[in-house]
Write a protein that binds this ligand. Sequence first.
Ligand SMILES: [Ca+2]
Ligand SMILES: [Ca+2]
Ligand SMILES: [Ca+2]
Length: 265
Amino acid sequence: MVRRRHTARHALLALCAVTAVLATTTAAAPAATPRAALDDTYYQNALGKSGPQLRTALHSIIRNQTKISYAAVWEALKVTDEDPANRSNVILLYTGKSQSKASNGGNAGNWNREHVWAQSHGGFGTSAGPGTDIHHLRPSEVGVNSTRGNKDFDLGGGAVAGAPGNYTDSDSFEPRNAVKGDVARMILYMAVRYEGDDAWADLEANDRVNNGSTPFMGKLSVLKRWNEQDPPDTFEKRRNDVIYTSYQHNRNPFVDHPEWVESIW
Ligand SMILES: [Ca+2]
Ligand SMILES: [Ca+2]
Ligand SMILES: [Ca+2]
């Protein structure tokens, strides 16, 4: 009798220990949604399709989303772009630096809200819509954000001050290698998400630079190469999950299925 009670208590203690470990694990790094589960649910109407049919199916899926305000983007980026090694910081897109979440603002050295698809390419501004779609918004150092401006993406140019691995010239910007694929997948998400069937311009990728205020962003051939060279990593996948689960309830399909880029373009 006594022995059985002991065994029961040991079992309970063991269960508590396991639960504690699970709770710790969950708090530190939320488990990503398995891709197979997404394929069976979120992407079920896209599977087995290719080319224009795939594109149409993906648009129908991802256009269903919650929109957030431009003010709310600040707080969202503190979660989507949190440094996994320091929860007080975010990782800045172009510099790759880990910087205090609290240092957001408009002065040199602060981080602000970089529109990877530049606002002027389609003139969507910052009202709720493409201008607040956090799938393409990232924390960026104020000065580097200004250097990038509304340039298209392409290879080449001179080194960007304070942002090693980034290059720019008069008509284009080349991000560092570790985020080249991220940039490509953000641009291509925007192209499929915004098809001109709502209040916004039909955003499209093309193979040019100097797109100015037209709703186009280049260069497609370079972006496709970057998608291959820099596949989605844990940070980018987690970001997609957090946006889906906590904010917009839609996904970037090219983070989940980078091979769909080649199928569509
Ligand atoms: Ca150029
Ligand atoms: Ca990357
Ligand atoms: Ca489009």
